[in-house]
Ligand binder design. Structure first.
Ligand SMILES: Nc1ncnc2c1ncn2[C@@H]1O[C@H](COP(=O)(O)OP(=O)(O)OP(=O)(O)O)[C@@H](O)[C@H]1O
Ligand SMILES: [Mg+2]
Length: 506
């Protein structure tokens, strides 16, 4: 048996009384891809932060051996020098700087004491080519899509010599072709002897890419299997500690009258000959869950933004709410008339990291929790508590900063924020991204319950099983236009995919 490259024994870490990790043993063989899975808050990111020096020696208990020697890291820089690279769950790039500047931040190549910008650009171009990325080294991070930013993070990790590569949910923001490129890269790295630890909630990926799978639950290792010797049912039961028999709790419900009517909505794209949205028309009914499907660039997010008062270009067409035309020029107008939007990227536009969990919940419902200019903290806490309970948000104290929550729990807080506004129309853009199976089912149940109470829900999702499993009708978009709108009975994954790719209706 080969000696492990990494061996952890009895690792434990607490946060203010929360046992994030208890007595964790983990060993990783050189050149393997180990998948680490578990529910939101299971301790996956915390464990990886220990390996990568984010939590240095002394901030946890237990022992780590790396390449046959004890490992006692002082900081992340030291981890990098030892060949340990981590791609964090949340993006960590500087928006106002270029791709090249971000990749070489802190270790810029120099020549005669000056930063060698030419070399920096050249090396970046090489990395981008290797990853099949089409944007230039001089592109500003703020001009990249979420997926492109995530790929830049990966390029950044690979800019240095890597022996152990940790990927914490790398694909949650990637498109299918990007995921494909990443997997090919992981396999190539594996052939070169690089060891990877891969965290993901997407079991399909885990089964495709990993050699072994370790399940964490409540900070403990539950089991480890050779990937070939297990299946997703075993893994899911180990993750949630129970069997999930009903992933999509959709039930037949009465659908009400039309609440939102969109007519010929068109949004120009100044830098492109084709409009972002091209005469999009549809209706949304009370109590209905309308799925919105389409490939990247089909105009799904642009549609959501336009309905929320932030169209990405000059907009024309009509929007009617309960029969009368409305003009939404700002998210404030949208919130006022009862339209709420949960955006797809929590770090860039949703999550306010320097605020508490409860502030993040109450933010869009300030009127409800204040008297005049004063915020009533007790009402704020009550409001937050109500939704924290409903969504089973795992937080030891609602007054803690939202950054102390696990990624999936942060997503639930944002869902709570928009529910608290009690909207008539709730737009969810990728609501279950980065959310574990158990929590997904909770979000689905909640959607059904809200729809039953009469809320109209527009759900954008790139996960076909989710769209087909949860929608009453499915609006499929292709290149800015509505390709078709399918009833639940006539919809299946193949049919939606066909329409989304622009193939003729089947
Ligand atoms: N900085 C922190 N302060 C306080 N508590 C924390 C902090 N970081 C993590 N925790 C808590 O530790 C536990 C484990 O969190 P961790 O982020 O490791 O989970 P995870 O498995 O990565 O979940 P996810 O799938 O949602 O990303 C959670 O209960 C979380 O709230
Ligand atoms: Mg995590």
């Amino acid at each position: 048996m080969t000696e492990p490259i990494l061996e952890m024994r009895g690792i434990a870490k607490d946060f203010e009384g929360v046992h994030a990790l208890s007595d964790v043993d983990l060993s990783v063989t050189p050149g393997e891809i180990l998948a680490l899975v578990g529910e939101n808050g299971a301790g996956k990111s915390t464990l990886m932060k220990i390996i990568s020096g984010v939590y240095p020696f002394g901030e946890y208990s237990g022992e780590i051996r790396y390449k046959g020697e004890p490992l006692q890291l002082g900081d992340t820089r030291e981890a990098q020098n030892r060949g340990i690279a981590i791609i964090h769950q949340e993006l960590n790039l500087v928006g106002g700087m270029t791709v090249a500047e971000n990749i070489f931040l802190g270790h810029e190549p120099t020549s005669l004491g000056w930063v060698d910008r030419k070399k920096m650009r050249r090396d970046t171009q090489e990395l981008l080519d290797r990853l099949g990325l089409k944007f230039a080294p001089d592109t500003l991070i703020s001009d990249l899509s979420v997926g492109q930013s995530q790929m830049t993070e990966i390029a950044k990790a690979l800019a240095q010599k890597v022996d152990l590569l940790i990927l914490d949910e790398p694909t949650s923001a990637l498109t299918d072709p990007e995921i494909e490129t990443l997997f090919q890269l992981l396999e190539q790295l594996k052939r070169q002897g690089v060891t990877s630890i891969y965290i993901s909630h997407k079991l399909e990926e885990v089964f495709r890419i990993s050699d072994r799978i370790t399940v964490l639950r409540d900070g403990r290792v539950i089991s480890t299997w050779a990937t070939k010797e297990t299946d997703s049912n075993h893994v899911v039961s180990a993750m949630v500690g129970r069997d999930i028999e009903d992933l999509f709790p959709w039930r037949e419900r009465p659908i009400g009258e039309t609440i939102l009517q969109v007519e010929d909505l068109t949004v120009e794209d100044p830098s492109h000959h084709r409009p972002l949205l091209d005469h999009v028309s549809f209706e949304l009914h009370k109590g209905e869950i309308l799925g919105l499907s389409g490939l990247m660039g089909a105009g799904r997010t642009e549609l959501a933004e336009s309905l929320f008062g932030v169209p990405p270009g000059k907009m024309s067409g009509r929007i009617l709410l309960e029969g009368s035309e409305i003009r939404i020029r700002h998210p404030k107008d949208a919130i006022k008339v009862g339209i709420a939007l949960l955006t797809e990227d929590r770090k860039q536009s949703g999550c306010l990291f320097n605020l508490s969990v409860q502030k993040n919940v109450s933010l869009a419902s300030m009127k409800k929790v204040s008297s005049g200019p004063w915020v009533r903290l007790s009402s704020e806490r009550e409001l937050a508590k109500k939704y924290a309970d409903e969504l089973a948000i795992k937080s030891s104290n609602l007054r803690n900063l939202i950054g102390t929550l696990s990624g999936g729990n942060q997503q639930k807080v944002l869902v709570a924020r928009w529910l608290a506004t009690e909207p008539k129309v709730l737009i969810l853009d990728e609501p279950t991204r980065g959310v574990d199976v158990g929590a997904k089912v909770e979000i689905y149940r909640l959607m059904i319950e809200l729809a039953r109470e009469g809320m109209a829900i527009l759900m954008i999702s790139s996960e076909l099983p989710e769209v087909v499993g949860m929608s009453d009708r499915i609006l499929v978009m292709h290149e800015g236009r509505v390709a078709d709108c399918l009833n639940r009975e006539e919809a299946n994954q193949e049919r939606v995919m066909h329409l989304a790719t622009g193939a003729v209706s089947v």
